[in-house]
Design a protein around this ligand. Structure first.
Ligand code: SRM
Ligand code: SF4
Length: 565
């Protein structure tokens, strides 16, 4: 849909209401009216159809098998055990394929049918979780480092991130009227949208908080990133980054992944005014003519970083101090038990592609239900979703740790003890059958791809090599593939662009190495590179760094000079 149409739909929507109520009530179809398909995103849901069934249904002259994806707004991915149990029950009652933990610390449900959407939304809200602004041209779920080691700082940063998430919510009551039966105030909304205005943002907007030395949120990929600065364990402020983003379009050089640039340094109490200034600057300066060029990264490339900084300073009335050096050691998650600074125990579990669904091998959903019940009964602990589709069982006393350990082992949830480093760190987006934009498989292909690549690594004596693999079903980049040392970006069924050479800190983008390869061509391309890596790598040298040092790929330099570690 063109920018103009989307802008018009937003403007005419009466605060994101449109004709959603009528669309939902229409019993003749499982779909919504076209305009309402746009508006429902702001309520945290997407209309999709099962692509596996498309052709069969077309031939049978049936409408597509429509189903809705629902995404939670869960800043920093923090859930109580009771909330987890509620979401688990919702997945079993209304959705298909269990719960899906996302790359932005949300839970997604897939395949909810239209006539059960409202009941599902109500059940989510009854768990004190909402889905407002989880999708659409607004600020999305705020991502926060999940690193359990630094729990006191995590709690502070998480509280600020949650406050920012609330602050940036749309003001409209449409969500509460439509899903929770709130009475509409005569004459419309009591308040306008002071932050967003009548047409919201030109495009989606993403905020992430990192706590060094771990860059688990891939902070350079966010529109707006905050890197916590700690002195003696105390939060002294944030280095602000702007203009990251992953999405691109095949064959269109004017769209590209981009890493965020450092804008300046702020004190903790300056967070909300500065974030608001960045959001409103993008609201007013972002491209509303061409949606493909509407993200903040293009605004910054168009007007320049200095001009953008001046804009933010003028709007916030705050002069930004120079950015601090950023000391990241790695991105991704670290698995297994750790004892945090608070003395509590935390367990990071590997959940392949974030899919919490019982399989023949591992009863993920049943096992995590048992863990949540144990936490709930003990009255302690949290579930924390990570930005890499994994799960931290956080904040346990020693006795509860023992009980959880037994449950985890009993249900075989301790995949992190058995999986290869390659498998532990791999990310795959959802792709088929639900994603309407997928050009190739990702999540469903991941197990077979891992087995093939693990065999290839073993041939070269590289089974223990910690190589970051990411796969996306299209160039939109939902698994942040341009930050993978090896990445596959879907082009067509069974075919991918092979990208190589990102680093381990999320601070260097990879580069295109081979276009449109199938699996055989992929293995043929990787084979000599892996042989060379096995023979000539330096001590501790990562695969991505090796490929850059040896000139196999020449990625554009990122904001690396700032990264000290
Ligand atoms: Fe995404 C669109 C799934 C994180 C960039 N993304 C979609 C849609 C909604 C497809 C659509 O528009 O019809 C996908 C739904 C698939 C499904 O069936 O569930 C989808 N994105 C996801 C998730 C579930 C991937 C996952 O496997 O975990 C992630 C949900 C995040 C969340 O909880 O909010 C998800 N998407 C991302 C990320 C990574 C991140 O945010 O850290 C990116 C890259 C960062 C960025 O935004 O630049 C990302 N998604 C996109 C884009 C490209 C945006 C662009 O600037 O070009 C699209 C397409 C679009 O917006 O037009 C997209
Ligand atoms: Fe869909 Fe593409 Fe995102 Fe994968 S990267 S979930 S295929 S939009």
């Amino acid at each position: 849909m063109s920018s103009h149409s989307v802008e018009d739909i937003k403007r005419r929507s009466a605060g994101l209401r449109g004709t959603l109520a009528a669309s939902l009530a229409d019993p003749v179809t499982g779909a919504l009216r076209e305009e309402d398909q746009i508006l429902i995103k702001y309520h945290g849901s997407y209309q999709q159809d099962d692509r596996d069934l498309r052709e069969e249904r077309r031939l049978s002259k049936l409408e597509p098998a429509y189903g809705f994806m629902i995404r939670t707004r869960t800043p920093g991915g923090v859930l109580t055990p009771t909330q987890w149990l509620r979401l688990d029950a919702i997945a079993s009652t209304y959705a298909e394929r269990g719960l899906r933990l996302t790359t932005r610390q949300a839970v997604q449900f897939h395949g909810v049918i239209k006539r059960e959407l409202k009941a599902t939304m109500q059940a989510i809200n009854a768990a004190l979780i909402d889905t407002l602004a989880a999708c659409g041209d607004v600020n999305r779920n705020v991502a926060v480092a999940a690193n359990p080691l630094v729990s006191p700082v995590h709690a502070m940063v998480h509280a600020q991130a949650a406050a920012l998430s609330e602050h940036l919510l749309p003001n409209t009551r449409a969500y509460y009227e439509l899903w929770l039966d709130e009475e509409r105030v005569a004459g419309g909304d009591p308040a306008e949208e002071p932050i967003y205005g009548p047409t919201y943002l030109p495009r989606k907007f993403k905020i992430g908080f990192a706590i060094p030395p771990i860059n688990d949120v891939d902070v350079f990929s966010q529109d707006l990133g905050f890197v916590a600065q700690l002195e003696g364990g105390v939060l002294t402020g944030y280095t602000v980054l702007v203009g990251g983003g992953m999405g691109s379009t095949h064959g269109d050089a004017e769209t590209y992944p981009r890493l965020a640039d450092p804008l300046g340094f702020i004190r903790p109490e300056q967070l909300i005014p500065v974030a608001t200034a960045v959001v409103t600057a993008q609201r007013d300066l972002g491209n509303r003519e061409v949606r493909k060029h509407a993200r903040l990264k293009y605004t910054i490339d168009r007007i320049g970083l200095d001009a953008f900084r001046r804009e933010v300073e003028a709007r916030s009335g705050i002069s930004l101090a120079p950015p601090k050096p950023l000391a990241f050691e790695h991105n991704g998650d670290r698995f297994g038990w750790v004892q945090g600074e608070d003395g509590k125990h935390h367990l990071t579990l590997r959940i392949p592609a974030g899919r919490v669904q019982d399989s023949e091998d591992i009863p993920w959903q049943r096992g995590l239900r048992a863990v949540a019940r144990a936490l709930e009964a003990a009255g302690e602990g949290q579930f924390r979703l990570t930005p890499n589709q994994n799960l931290v069982i956080a904040g346990l006393s020693a006795p509860l740790r023992e009980a959880v350990d037994a449950l985890v082992a009993g249900h075989r949830l301790d995949l992190f003890r058995r999986a290869s480093p390659l498998a532990l760190n791999a990310l795959a987006c959802v792709a088929l059958p639900t994603c309407g934009l997928a050009m190739a498989e990702a999540e469903r292909y991941l197990p077979a791809l891992l087995a093939t690549l693990e065999a290839k690594l073993a041939q070269h004596g590289l089974s223990e090599a910690d190589i970051h693999l990411r796969i996306s079903g299209c160039p939109n980049g939902c698994s942040r593939p341009y930050l993978g040392e090896i990445a596959l970006v879907g082009k067509a069924p069974g075919r991918y662009n092979l990208m190589l050479g990102a680093d381990h800190r999320g601070a260097r983008l990879n580069a295109l190495y081979r276009e449109n390869v199938d699996e055989a061509q992929l293995l043929a391309a990787l084979d000599p590179l892996l042989a060379d890596y096995a023979a000539r790598r330096g001590v501790g040298e990562r695969f991505g760094d090796f490929l850059v040092r040896t000139g196999v790929v020449r990625p554009k330099p990122g904001p690396i000079p700032l990264v000290l570690a």
